[in-house]
Design a protein around this ligand. Structure first.
Ligand code: DGP
Length: 120
């Protein structure tokens, strides 16, 4: 828990969000500014600022984020047409919330680019 982290506040129910999945390690909620019909943010309960900050002991947790992503993708009927998972790391990637999260994007054809922005 980091006191000034908005995602920690969402995870701890101090801030509202549309939570679509949670388990003992992971919480997932709808992005406030969706770039696609399905745009879910998948976060560890543990406060890890960026993927660069993960430790060896977090490897299983990072796997849990991806398992949760697959489960959520199925729940949103994305398994046939597909989806994209994005992790932004640091300022050049445009990371604005420094609590590790996967973006799960789907529900429309996505441009063949890894660039961030409305085109993701
Ligand atoms: P990133 O650039 O990877 O750090 O993206 C952070 C995303 O978080 C961005 O797409 C907007 C979303 N976001 C920021 N603040 C909030 C919030 O308070 N609630 C929700 N649901 N999403 C937020």
């Amino acid at each position: 828990m980091s006191a000034d982290c908005i995602f920690c506040k969402i995870i701890n129910r101090e801030l509202d969000a549309d939570i679509v999945y949670e388990d003992e390690d992971v919480v997932a909620f709808k992005d406030i500014n969706p770039a696609a019909p399905v745009h879910i943010l998948i976060t560890p309960r543990k406060h890890i600022p960026t993927i660069m900050d993960m430790e060896k002991s977090d490897e299983a947790l990072i796997g849990r984020l991806h398992s949760a992503a697959n489960e959520i993708a199925r729940a949103f009927k994305l398994e046939k047409k597909g989806y994209r998972i994005v992790i932004n790391c640091g300022s050049d990637a445009g990371q604005i919330v420094f609590h590790l999260h996967l973006h799960l994007l789907g529900g429309r054809p996505l441009l063949q680019t890894i660039a961030k922005g409305r085109g993701v």
